[in-house]
Design a protein around this ligand. Structure first.
Ligand code: FAD
Ligand code: SF4
Length: 481
């Protein structure tokens, strides 16, 4: 079959790489690694300082992008770092994994005029990586501790950002997490090729050095109820993320070698961290030499196909019921996956899983897109008599995540949740319906982005501080009366 020639641009927009469609990329460095760092100043100077900083508006943290680009262009990296870290607790993380094409870079005026965006994410990463290298990143030095403590449930980006901001103001902070390592999805969800684990560990170690206590392998609901934990602290933040995988209810779902995405990704991340993972080592959760089928079209599905490719799978196919234009994930991630040889089968939906004990094939239906539904997206409909089978040794289900049943899990029946199971908060105070209990991140928004979790964590810190100060004033008044 004649292959179509595709052209891919590196992030620095200067050296196009020509590759055949379906041809496997030989090295699997993430795309930001192609960025030539000694060109950072040159790249930053491409910012026209347009005066209408749509990039800043569309960054959830409203990072002062034009100013730190200007400082970088002038070679004033330390000042650029100071400015960048003043609005973001993990600039080097966001620089690596924000879907910039949908946020800052997608709204760059230069991009809009057809000249290719200033590579804001890469420069943000470069500034902070340089700061780490040069030892400019220091733990917090707390001169005077406040005699109030906050318990944070969940060591993901929302919990960590809140912890750092409150600690900066002197509060005593304990972060509880059911995993053995802090970081949440930064450590066990997002693959190493997008976000190296040392980058996350370096951050969490800094927080430990800043005096924040971490209690790992501690599951609220199992080790202590919410009410018991509340007794140990003056305020609580719930930042537990969303982890319940959405199911596919089709025949054959109980066959062996059909896995939820997080099981596959966690095994791979644990291997990358040097852990012994029996199910990976015995081949069960290892895609090597296997025909892999991933079901879903979001960013997690892209992480699964790209992880399977890196594990030297024989073939990797991604089936998605809508077309490429209607995929929910970042278009850049899809382009990366195609570049690495993943085969996309759009407008296709699984009908049944086939096999005796283990999965051997997925029977699928072709789909057509009907009129838009209430969400505004075109509704996929089954095409009559369109079934065919796709060979599969492993199937990875990646259909999104829902919240766990927290009121039940936390033995806190009174905790108010939405009909989707996300925690309801007062949008002004970020407080739940329980006095002194706040919530932030995915558990409030539903599955979202790291940069939004950081923003929510920072906002929660502001609100918790207000609440605690109010409590202190109340106490003083009662004492005086
Ligand atoms: C595979 C994958 C890839 C992703 N890739 C990207 C990406 O490239 N870019 C991007 O911006 N976003 C990405 N996301 C989304 C992003 O990771 C999340 O939006 C973000 O991590 C949410 O942060 P959080 O702090 O709310 O929750 P989480 O990061 O999920 O952290 C929650 C923490 O709470 C802990 N916890 C849960 N329940 C309990 C309990 N009962 N007791 C104690 N601890 C508990 C968990 O162990 C976890 O450590 C990805 C998500 C997934 C699943
Ligand atoms: S935090 Fe994300 S959206 Fe904001 S400037 Fe950085 S890469 Fe862009």
């Amino acid at each position: 079959m004649k292959k179509k020639m595709l052209q891919f641009l590196n992030l620095n927009q200067t050296t196009p790489v020509k590759r055949e469609e379906g041809e496997r990329k030989k090295d699997f460095h993430e795309i930001y690694k192609d960025y030539i760092t000694d060109k950072a100043e040159e790249q930053a100077s491409r910012c026209s300082q347009c005066g209408v900083p749509f990039c800043q508006v569309h960054c959830p943290l409203h990072n002062n992008i034009p100013d730190w680009l200007k400082l970088t262009a002038e070679g004033r990296l330390k000042e650029a770092y100071e400015l960048s870290q003043s609005t973001n607790n993990m600039p080097e993380v966001c620089g690596r994994i924000c879907p910039q094409d949908r946020l800052c870079e997608g709204n760059c005026v230069i991009e809009q005029s057809g000249h290719g965006t200033v590579t804001i994410g890469s420069i943000e990463k470069y500034i902070t990586d340089t700061a780490w290298e040069k030892n400019w990143v220091k733990p917090l030095n707390i001169k005077k501790e406040v005699n109030q403590s906050v318990g944070i449930i969940g060591a993901g980006p929302a919990g960590l950002a809140c912890a750092e901001e409150l600690r900066r103001s002197g509060y005593q902070i304990t972060v509880y997490d059911r995993y053995d390592r802090p970081g949440g999805l930064l450590i066990y969800g997002i693959p190493n090729f997008k976000l190296e684990k040392f980058v996350v560990e370096r951050r969490t170690n800094l927080l430990k050095k800043s005096g924040i206590k971490f209690v790992q392998n501690f599951e609220v609901g199992k080790n202590k109820s919410l009410d018991e934990l509340k007794k140990n602290h003056n305020a609580i933040l719930i930042a537990t993320g969303v982890y319940k995988p959405r199911k596919i209810e089709i025949s054959g779902s109980n066959l062996e070698n059909i896995f939820p995405a997080m099981e596959f990704l966690t095994a791979s991340n644990r291997k990358g961290l040097g852990d012994e993972v029996e199910l990976f080592d015995n081949g069960t959760l290892n895609a090597q030499n296997k025909d892999v089928v991933v079901i879903g079209g979001g960013d997690t599905a892209m992480d699964c196909v790209r992880t399977a490719t890196r594990q030297n799978a024989k073939s990797v196919k991604c089936i998605y019921r809508r077309d490429r234009e209607n995929m929910p994930g970042s278009s850049r991630e899809v382009a990366n996956a195609i570049e690495e040889g993943v085969e996309f089968i759009w407008l296709t939906s699984p009908k049944k899983f086939i096999g005796t004990k283990k999965i051997t094939e997925v029977q699928v239906n072709k789909m057509i897109l009907g009129p838009a539904d209430s969400s505004g997206r075109k509704k996929p409909e089954i095409q009559e008599n369109s079934e065919y089978n796709i060979k599969a040794d492993i199937v990875i289900k990646s259909l999104g995540f829902d919240p766990e049943n927290l009121p039940e899990l936390f033995s806190a029946k009174e905790l108010s949740v939405s009909r989707w199971g996300t925690i309801k908060i007062d949008l002004n105070t970020m407080q739940t319906n329980i006095d002194g209990v706040f919530a932030a991140g995915d558990i409030v928004r539903g599955a979202s982005l790291v940069v939004w979790a950081i923003k929510d964590g920072r906002d929660a810190a502001t609100q918790i501080q207000k609440y605690l100060k109010g409590k202190n004033i109340q106490k003083e008044k009662t004492k005086a009366a």
